[in-house]
Design a protein around this ligand. Structure first.
Ligand SMILES: Cc1cc2nc3c(=O)[nH]c(=O)nc-3n(C[C@H](O)[C@H](O)[C@H](O)COP(=O)(O)OP(=O)(O)OC[C@H]3O[C@@H](n4cnc5c(N)ncnc54)[C@H](O)[C@@H]3O)c2cc1C
Length: 348
């Protein structure tokens, strides 16, 4: 087991914020992972599982225990004889977008609209990543996990993961109790893309190929600085900082008494209504390009909090709180952050 000390975390995140990890190790196998977790437990230190660092805010003071970077590799393709689809199993440490690119190159459909999302395969089920009309839960059939209580490897089917909008059991009851080791997908061989989202229907015919859909998604994401591009200052972010709020009918009625103007609202199957966090932020006076010291809002998208270069975790939390308070005051709706926030001084 190879552990290093005082490893800076900022360069390992897309936001570029965070002090040093007291200890840092890379798990290339499940055995490595088990060894590192056991080591941390024996030393009574907390441990943290790091993927691509694109959905978290570390503290400026760093992490006081062991940060374990998940680096298990490998992708297997298997013909499903029942329906002629292809079962693909990808290890947690594979880069998500390389995995999508390879599936698209093989003309496999089901994840093409998730092109360009930063991070690793293992984190994809954690918040059920989604974009442009697809969610990863639509193609996941199984998730292999390490149960951190029994230290046994288990295979969980899709239902057990309790996927929902930007949510899963791994963010709820099983938070900090499981490590995703690999993910199995069922991908369609027909190569026809999902073209339902307005940004795509504008550009593509309904029967577009997955390759065309991937290309279009990458263009749209690039225009919004929603690609992991280290040369783009507007992409020094965690992507969307808040999830779109979903209100029950009573809360939506209360919202409508405060908001008389036309606003985006999407009826859900269960009777609730999803609002646009970006619209609420913008209409509460937080505009694209807003600056607060070393942090601010992207010039392309008011939903992305960015590090302007010298930003600190305290500034990120202060801006997060300011936006939450502003939206709550204006519209009576509390926005929930999407990234995991490990930084202190967060308002409860
Ligand atoms: C520019 C940009 C655009 C983005 N666009 C989108 C988008 O369109 N849609 C979307 O859904 N998200 C988007 N995101 C958010 C982010 O890319 C995804 O949530 C991604 O899945 C995070 O992966 P990661 O490997 O970087 O996870 P990390 O940030 O490293 O970790 C996130 C959380 O998951 C946990 N975790 C990571 N791997 C594992 C594992 N194997 N087992 C257990 N826990 C684990 C970590 O402990 C942490 O709690 C965007 C981010 C950026 C920076």
């Amino acid at each position: 087991m190879n552990l290093r000390e005082n490893v800076p975390l900022a360069p390992l995140t897309t936001l570029g914020i965070g002090g040093p990890a007291r200890y840092f190790g890379q798990a290339r196998t499940t055995t490595d992972l088990v060894e590192m977790i056991t080591w941390a437990r024996n030393h009574r230190l907390p441990f943290f599982l790091l993927g691509g660092g694109s959905n978290l805010v570390f503290d400026d003071t760093g992490f006081p225990g062991l940060v374990i970077a998940l680096a298990m590799k490998g992708i297997e393709y298997r013909q499903n004889n029942q329906n002629r689809d292809v079962e693909v199993t990808a290890a947690a440490g594979e880069l998500w977008d390389d995995f999508v690119a390879e599936a698209v190159a093989r003309n496999l459909a089901g994840i093409e609209c998730l092109s360009g999302i930063p991070g690793l395969v293992g984190a994809a089920p954690i918040q059920n990543i989604g974009a442009y009309g697809q969610e990863v839960s639509q193609t996941i059939t199984e998730v292999e996990i390490l149960n951190l209580e029994t230290m046994q490897v288990e295979s969980w089917d899709n239902a057990r993961c309790a996927f929902a909008y930007r949510d899963s059991v791994f963010k709820g009851a099983w938070r900090d109790r499981a490590v995703v080791l690999s993910v199995r997908f069922n991908l369609r061989r027909n190569g026809k893309a999902t073209v339902t989202y307005p940004d795509l229907t504008k550009r593509l015919p309904k029967d577009a190929s997955v390759a065309k859909a991937r290309a279009a998604v990458l263009i749209v994401r690039g225009e919004k600085s929603m690609l992991a591009d280290p040369t783009d200052p507007n992409a020094r972010s965690c992507g969307s900082f808040f999830t779109n709020p979903i209100l029950d009918p009573e809360a939506y009625a209360a919202f409508q008494t405060r908001c008389r103007e036309p606003h985006p609202a999407y009826a859900q199957d269960d009777g609730r209504v999803k609002l646009s966090a970006a619209w609420l932020i913008d209409h509460s006076g937080f505009k694209k390009g807003l600056v607060r010291g070393g942090v601010g809002l992207s010039q392309k998208h008011c939903l992305a909090l960015i590090n302007r270069g010298s930003g600190s975790s305290a500034e990120v939390i202060a801006l997060k709180n300011e936006i939450q308070d502003g939206v709550l005051q204006r519209f009576g709706v509390r926005l929930e952050p999407e990234p995991l926030i490990l930084a202190g001084r967060e308002k409860p």
